[in-house]
Write a protein of this length. Structure first.
Length: 463
């Protein structure tokens, strides 16, 4: 099959191949004492530093990063800047009420605007394009789930302005996805180039006076200290912003599951192929499968598509350079060709993978204890590009002791139980995604309702 292998694999991501791997900033030179220490140089840590420094310019803030700023999911994701939030709404409403959930939805919608506004104000060229999101249904079972989801969205206050149903013909007028029976369109979304976004934000934070130490691994965070092999950063405020890499800290192995996601990207497509596909609106593209995909038409004229490959590595291990398995490349390439048959002879230029953080209750959180000075944000379950910005603004308010609309949102101080010990973690993750994939296969062969296997997988996962 043409395109079943990738010309490049790993090397962090295609986004960095396009913009260039940044030169490493200097490591921590030894012990330091500051006001705020942020562990993790991804979007969460950088946004937190940005908003804290703007609110209190006199604060001495450092960001400590093992590799380089944006090395993890922040520079490898699908470039979806959207209002999506991972937590089950009914679960949040059970403890905080319906109004709080509606407020969180609106806060996420405003966050899309906030990120674009900061990019404009700070001259961050993230290739941001407001384009909205299409989620297509490609089987009768997916179409039924789509209708159920729309009805649920209406009950939670989302109107036609927030989520709109499209017929198969209306989808085809936008882009040609093989077998699309219908779709939803959500305008609260934008396409970004992830590496350009995080790289520009890191430069912006540095210009504001925040020190970023790279090539420095934090091994443990305790009240008042971030411990590294290069020295100790002492600070009364210690914020952990490691997302999928949280398991690397001492004592946090089972806090959040580092779930793997992988991507492939084609070579640039000629106009003759784009004429067949359409996609002039550059909408972000997802589907209603259980083992779902996410895709975008890139700013340089390619199709980038991602999804779950090997979902989890034993012992919560994470990769170092983004290299992904050949079978995952074949899997994603097969989905790409199913959705866009015209791409069957287009080579795959690059494949890569990364990890995202998944709490046991599948609910992101921002948490801060004023008594200890310890804070954490993450567990975005794959919706981190926008959520990291909301987390950064919320951590700012919590650290400064301010009571705001953000500190009243229902994801504050969420506590999830630890994931199961090995080998249960490994066996469970493998079982869940095997069930989801088999459910997708059965539905694609004509099953008109959601497969019982998918329901079983959802129950096992605790979603």
């Amino acid at each position: 099959m043409t395109g079943s292998t990738a010309r490049r694999n790993g090397e962090v991501s295609h986004w960095y191949a396009a913009s260039g791997i940044p030169s490493r900033r200097p490591p921590l030179p030894g012990h330091r004492t500051v006001d705020v220490c942020i562990t993790g140089g991804g979007l969460t840590g950088l946004w937190t530093a940005y908003y804290l420094k703007r609110a209190k310019p006199e604060l001495d803030i450092v960001v400590v990063e093992r590799e380089f700023a944006g090395f993890g999911a922040s520079g490898r994701n699908g470039g979806w800047l959207t209002s999506g939030f991972a937590a089950p709404r009914r679960r949040l409403a059970a403890t905080h009420g319906r109004d709080a959930v509606v407020a969180l939805q609106r806060a996420m919608q405003k966050t899309v605007d906030e990120v674009i506004a900061v990019c404009d104000a700070e001259s961050i060229d993230a290739k941001a394009l407001r384009c909205g999101i299409l989620h297509v249904a490609r089987s009768e079972a997916q179409l039924a789930r789509m209708h159920t989801q729309i009805a649920d969205d209406r009950r939670w206050g989302l109107t036609e302005d927030d989520i709109r149903e499209l017929t198969g013909k209306e989808v085809a007028a936008r882009l040609q996805v093989e077998g699309a029976l219908g779709a939803t369109f959500n305008p609260h979304g934008a396409r970004v180039q992830p590496a350009d976004l995080v790289r520009g934000l890191a430069d912006c934070v540095e210009r504001a006076g925040v020190t970023i130490y790279e090539q420095t691994e934090v091994t443990e965070v305790v009240p008042g200290r971030a411990i590294t092999r290069r020295g100790i950063v002492s600070a009364p405020i210690q914020l952990t912003c490691l997302e999928g890499f949280t398991a690397s800290l001492r004592g946090h192995r089972r806090d959040w599951l580092p779930l793997n996601s992988a991507m492939v990207v084609t070579e640039p497509l000629p106009d003759t192929i784009w004429d067949q596909i359409g996609w002039e609106g550059c909408e972000l593209l997802g589907d209603r499968a259980h083992a779902y995909i996410y895709a975008q038409r890139t700013s340089d004229g390619r199709v980038a598509l991602g999804g779950r490959g090997v979902p989890y590595r034993y012992g919560s291990r994470t990769d170092s350079e983004g290299r992904t398995q050949r079978r995952t490349v074949r899997q994603l390439t097969s989905v790409l060709h199913e959705m866009f048959p015209v791409l069957k002879n287009v080579p795959i230029d690059h494949a890569w993978c990364g990890v995202l953080g998944v709490p046991r209750n599948w609910t992101p959180t921002v948490h801060f204890e004023s008594a200890t000075g310890l804070g954490i944000a993450g567990g975005y379950v794959g919706n981190g590009v926008a959520t990291a910005n909301l987390a950064g603004r919320t951590l700012r308010d919590l650290v400064l002791g301010e009571t705001t609309d953000l500190t009243a949102l229902p994801w504050i101080n969420q506590h999830a139980r630890a994931w199961e010990p090995e080998p249960l973690r490994y066996l469970g993750a493998g079982l869940v995604y095997a069930l989801y994939r088999e459910a997708d296969r059965r539905e694609s062969r004509g099953l008109r309702r959601t497969s019982a296997l998918a329901k079983a997988a959802t129950w096992v996962s605790g979603r």
